[in-house]
Design a protein. Structure first.
Length: 365
């Protein structure tokens, strides 16, 4: 019985003869099929920065959960830690960076507002006092005089500051804003005599409040649901490689389940995240208390589908941005899972997606 290799060569030879019209004795084909190369594994980079709700990314990496899900979905996902402001810029400028941990305000003004189309894979949490306005003791911020304040300019910290001013009748024209990288803000508070206050987020806010001469003036608990912490991905990348989104979502909720379940494993996980955040486990737990974490996909879905907390918060934020010209025109369109679109429906650039959270809730990722 002839083997398959010989049979294949015979068929090739017959096909070659059939196309040689008038040939006498066709020569036997000596060509063999070119080897089939393995399909390259798609790769992506997720940018992240220090924040209590985002320390779960290095945790999932160190525990092998991220690789487990990436292998399951036949892709490769790399994490890149950056300072917050530069990470926002890098998503716009880098072809390699496809996903980012970011606050909704920054995704709106720095990405969607500049034309980058983003999809929200999941809402990880909302700040429930992690973002604060902190003044030096005795500095009256409501006396109508110029206020010198340090923050990461044109980010969610500026949104929190201006919401504080709006809610307390403070003239925003009196603000003298000093732009400082979050890693330098503690030093700036300690060493700049002319500085009245800072607006920053944990862990930096917690570090500043350890100083004796400090006073909390405002916190994000006063605007619940407004400062959301998201995992966004470039919409085209979601379309081209949904496996990235599926792997990230699966890894996210598996990692969060460790903390939700409690016990020794949760304590060990908190110790890892605290070390990454340069604080003690007790300090990290204190930060978790001022963060409304959505530990399950069901909780995240409930919030994302809420017309009050989600759509109401985003409407207030987008109107705020239009009024202060953080965005142009009506502002970029924001779409929600129920089909609702806010702002410019012809220019949707920020898309709250429920698909991946829903699949995680159903266990079908």
């Amino acid at each position: 019985m002839k083997n398959n290799a010989k049979l294949s060569m015979l068929i090739s030879g017959l096909v070659a003869c059939s196309v040689l019209v008038g040939c006498g004795n066709a020569q036997k084909s000596t060509q063999t099929a070119a080897p089939i190369s393995a399909k390259p594994v798609p790769k992506m980079t997720l940018l992240w920065s220090d924040y209590v709700g985002w320390e779960f990314y290095p945790l999932m990496d160190k525990l092998g959960i991220l690789k487990k899900w990436a292998d399951k979905k036949h892709c490769e996902i790399n994490l890149l830690k950056m300072s917050y402001g530069p990470s926002i810029d890098a998503l716009n400028s880098s072809k390699d960076a496809q996903a980012l941990s970011v606050a909704n305000f920054d995704a709106l003004i720095s990405h969607a507002g500049t034309g980058l189309d983003l999809t929200v894979l999941y809402v990880g949490d909302y700040s429930n006092d992690n973002d604060k306005v902190i003044a030096k003791l005795g500095r009256n911020l409501k006396n109508g005089k110029k206020i010198t304040i340090a923050l990461v300019k044109n980010t969610v910290s500026e949104y929190a500051l201006r919401r504080y001013c709006e809610m307390n009748g403070i003239d925003e024209s009196k603000l003298d804003i000093m732009s400082v990288d979050e890693k330098d803000i503690v030093t700036a508070f300690q060493t700049t005599p002319t500085l009245d206050a800072v607006c920053t987020f944990n862990p930096y806010a917690m570090m500043i409040l350890k100083e004796k001469n400090t006073e909390r003036k405002f916190g994000s608990s006063e605007i619940p649901g407004e400062i959301q912490d998201l995992l966004v991905m470039k919409t085209q990348a979601v379309k081209d490689h949904p496996e990235f989104a599926e792997a990230l979502t699966g890894a996210w909720y598996e990692t969060l389940s460790i903390i939700k379940e409690g016990g020794q494993r949760a304590e060990e996980a908190i110790a890892i995240m605290a070390q990454e955040a340069n604080c003690t486990p007790d300090e990290f737990k204190a930060q978790l208390k001022t963060t409304k974490m959505f530990y399950t996909p069901q909780e995240a879905l409930e919030f994302t589908n809420s017309k009050d907390l989600m759509q109401g918060s985003m409407q207030r934020m987008s109107q705020f941005c239009v009024k202060r010209q953080f965005v142009t025109g009506k502002g970029p369109g924001i779409s929600f899972p129920d089909g609702t679109v806010q702002n410019d429906a012809t220019n949707v650039k920020l898309r709250y997606e429920s698909r991946f959270m829903q699949e995680a809730a159903e266990g079908s990722l």
